[in-house]
Design a binder for this molecule. Structure first.
Ligand code: PAN
Ligand code: ZN
Length: 194
């Protein structure tokens, strides 16, 4: 298949990048089962509270060897003391890596291998975070404003959400004494292997 032609796009504006091709919105209902305080999530949803947690604007490509470019905007907020985050995933094609570039706001990129060993990198404006092959990744907004970052990854990487949806990450990030703090995930089955 022939590749599509070159393009240029702008960074900025309400959508983070423009023009974009695909928009994905994730509300609390879409992340049901992900946050630690499941009872609070149930209560919120039954009260009709279903906040928008994050949005992804993407310029996707179809051919092998191409990159997708996406912009994720995670809104500030917490469920109980746990900061808003993305679902998190492994790439279906395990050898696929990814680059994140911080645009605004601040947060943590939490990564984890198949044995449950975790890694964390801060992201803020001007930061490049490299996610090597084989690591699941989740982005967490620990700040008071929107966390906005770009992601560049192979168009055929694929997203495997299942493992994280089932087991979560071995660590979670919560507010303690007004500060983001990484603690062991009390619900998690995959323990960090030292
Ligand atoms: C990112 C993520 C984006 C949303 O573009 O897809 O931040 O996170 P989830 O996909 O975990 O919901 C990326 O890592 N792409 O591969
Ligand atoms: Zn990814």
């Amino acid at each position: 298949m022939l590749n599509e032609g070159p393009y240029s796009a702008k960074i900025g504006g309400a959508t983070g990048i423009y023009p974009y091709k695909v928009k994905v919105e994730r509300y609390l209902r879409d992340l049901n089962g992900y946050f630690s305080n499941k009872q609070l999530v149930d209560e919120m949803l039954s009260r009709g509270e279903n906040p928008l947690i994050y949005v992804v604007y993407e310029i996707d490509r179809k051919s092998e060897g191409e990159f997708n470019v996406g912009c994720t905007i995670i809104y500030p907020g917490k469920i109980g003391d746990e900061y808003f985050f993305t679902k998190g995933h492994f790439h279906a094609k395990m050898q696929s890596s990814e680059v994140y570039i911080g645009i605004s706001g601040e947060g943590i990129i939490l990564m984890q291998d198949k044995n449950g060993r975790t890694f964390a990198e801060e992201i803020k404006p001007g930061t490049i975070v490299y996610i090597p092959p084989g690591l699941a990744h989740r982005s967490i907004n620990t700040g008071k404003m929107e966390l906005v970052f770009l992601a560049v990854y192979s168009s055929d990487a694929g997203h495997d959400y299942e493992t994280i949806e089932k087991f979560g990450f071995a660590k979670i990030v919560v507010e303690r004494n007004g500060k983001p703090t990484m603690i062991d995930n009390p619900r998690c089955c995959l323990k960090e292997s030292k």
